[in-house]
Ligand binder design. Structure first.
Ligand SMILES: [Zn+2]
Ligand SMILES: [Zn+2]
Length: 118
């Protein structure tokens, strides 16, 4: 997927994954990074993204590597929520389904309820 973003339109999530923004990373390894959603809609609302630029869930392939990546993203999200919201017993995890993508870099929303009223 390298080259999917041109230098003139840098992908914000790629920049975050590379650590070239001021966004504090809650988790970082060679496959994924996690950080807080800028507009949290729940008590805790984190995003877990692959370091590699993968635009949407449709770009995942039915191969072991991608299954492993998605289960790793879920694991990281669960671990962070259990650590930061142990009193919440309602966690939600979800990908956007195209075309409802806010940012075109695959990201897993990880929420610990309650939701923040709007
Ligand atoms: Zn990206
Ligand atoms: Zn999103």
């Amino acid at each position: 997927m390298a080259g999917a973003t041109s230098p003139s339109q840098p992908c914000i999530f790629c920049q975050i994954a590379r650590g070239s923004t001021s966004t504090p990373l809650l988790h970082a390894d060679d496959k994924v990074v996690a950080f807080q959603d800028i507009k949290p809609s729940a008590f805790r609302h984190y995003l877990v993204i692959p370091v590699e630029h993968i635009p949407t869930v449709r770009d995942l392939q039915r191969r072991n590597e991608d299954y492993a990546l998605v289960s790793h993203m879920l694991n990281v999200g669960q671990t962070l929520l259990r650590r930061d919201a142990p009193q919440s017993n309602q966690y939600r995890f979800g990908f956007h389904q195209p075309p409802l993508n806010s940012v075109h870099h695959l990201h897993l929303h990880c929420l610990a309820l309650p939701f923040i009223p709007r």
